[in-house]
Design a binder for this molecule. Sequence first.
Ligand SMILES: [Zn+2]
Length: 237
Amino acid sequence: MSVLNAEQLTGRVRSHVLDSPEFGCILHPEAMAAFRGLRAAAAKSDIDLVAVSSFRSFEHQLTIWNDKFHGRRPLLDRDGSALDRAVLAEAELVRAILLWSALPGASRHHWGTEIDLIDRAALPSRQRPQLVPAEYAPGGVFERLGAWLPQHCEGYGFFLPYDRDRGGVRPEPWHLSFAPVSGPSLPALTADVLAAALAGADLAGAGVVRRQLHDIHARYVRAVSPPGATALAAVRL
Ligand SMILES: [Zn+2]
């Protein structure tokens, strides 16, 4: 059983990930091997599985967070419409960021077990994927992928942690997690581990985050779908 340590779970080291120029992604070695198998299986259904996001460091997530807080990146409401950050109190601003972006240290993408997927074969040239649920629903550009992933990913050790709205992260039908590593690692990312990772960081809204850290941890770290037995027991490739 692989359990990531505190520095790996909070994205402050890269000792647990490999860079694959072939697949254009950075993943834990076991997740990379499983992704190779999943990609080959998808190809048989004429799906060209491409990772648009994989490992992300603490520093990268911190930049995203601070940019949103300071208005350097757009801020969206629950429906994906633009929000005017000028009218929001600091606590509301933090809540709005958390709808679509993880707190640095609390992103599962730090683990190297998480991957956001599109079907390049279905994407018209020049069209950019938005990563919104409508793309993966019937009638959407990735409709076939949206149906294929839940049916096939478990055999390769993957599951969908954000399968539905659980009061924290919005549903993400594009986000897969490699269960044999992420499943046993999740309990190790405690609120105390998260607090320690944030202690020395130049985090915008740090006062609000500190006061709400236990609630943020419960909603945005722990409130995910548990992996099924099939995914957890997937054969190591
Ligand atoms: Zn993701």
